[in-house]
Design a protein around this ligand. Sequence first.
Ligand code: URA
Length: 208
Amino acid sequence: MSVTVVDHPLIRHKLGLLRTHDISTSKFRALSIEITRLLTYEATKDLETEPLGITSWAGDIQVDTISGKMITVVPILRAGLGMMDGVIDMIPGTKISVVGFYRNEETLEPVQYYVKLAKNIEQRMAFILDPMLATGGTLMATIKLLKEAGCPKIRGLFLVAAPEGIARLEKEHPDVDIYVASVDDRLNDVGYILPGLGDAGDKIFGTK
Ligand code: URA
């Protein structure tokens, strides 16, 4: 498993703004999408391209193309939706697979309540989206679901990750690589990342 902290001045700048207390909903949304574009750039570095013959101004040439069929984006409801446009901006033809979980308050385990996967998932690389990798419970459930559906390759994109969530991922799914804007210090006693972003879902949806 690899953890790529996409260390770039643009990301550091935007993430710093994102951490600002009382940031507006519109600013939080815009910055989340901008950072996701940059994470997507890094997470797609090794995608295979296919040659395509085109007619250019100077005659017939071959160019490289990415097959949209190769990828599916998997936003985890609801906060993952706030990152989705960042990936779509970079890969407009990508198909979207949506998953949703709630937490069983007795067992504390994630329970699936919604799933709609892209067709031919067994031929696609999945990019899971969630702003926060905290305890990792929902992420583990999403990875399990995707693997059971036959998805051959899974990557995760997160704005902020906690060391605890990363350690769990490494133990349970060492074949999944992740791309993050920051690895923060730790979780607090109710599972929020410190210093983190607060409740990313509330900030994206304006439900604070
Ligand atoms: N979910 C959030 O929105 N924030 C955290 O810090 C952890 C989980």
